[in-house]
Design a protein. Structure first.
Length: 153
């Protein structure tokens, strides 16, 4: 009986510890966004903060700053090459644009929404107008030019 109670108590403590750590990760995500970090996005966040494609067919961006969505996969070499560039751009353009990243293996519905048949795929979202897709990896200067000419014009 003591063993059963001990196992139940340990299981409950594990669940509580997991819940506390999960809440800390949510708070950390909010803090990172404020510091000019790349934000990991899932479907629910996309619907809440970017565009609710479930209720509307006409594009209407919900954000308060222009954005870039980086559709990537962990196994993708070019995606791994562009990740530090996006991180640097998030810091450089902190307060001016928001950079999100979406793992296409985990968020298949979002990948399908942008027809991500090849990655990396970058979605440049201006405050007004339609988003533009940028396929493939490039250097930092190319992304900066796209940000300056398309998102911050």
């Amino acid at each position: 009986m003591k063993k059963v109670l001990t196992v139940v108590a340990l299981a409950m403590l594990s669940v509580i510890a997991y819940a506390v750590n999960d809440g800390a990760k949510v708070e950390q995500g909010k803090k990172e966004a404020a510091n000019g970090e790349v934000i990991v996005m899932n479907k629910d966040m996309f619907i809440k903060d970017v565009f609710d494609y479930q209720t509307s067919k006409e594009w209407k961006y919900k954000g308060d700053k222009p954005a870039i969505i980086d559709l990537y996969a962990d196994w993708c070499g070019p995606c791994r090459m562009t990740a530090p560039i996006m991180k640097a751009l998030a810091k450089e353009y902190a307060g001016k644009i928001v950079i999100y990243k979406v793992n296409v293996d985990k968020e298949k519905e979002l990948a399908a929404l942008f027809n991500a048949t090849s990655i990396p795929l970058f979605v440049f979202i201006p405050m007004k107008g339609e988003p533009q897709l940028f396929r493939g990896a490039a250097d930092k200067a190319t992304y900066k030019k796209a940000i300056d000419e398309f998102l911050l014009k």
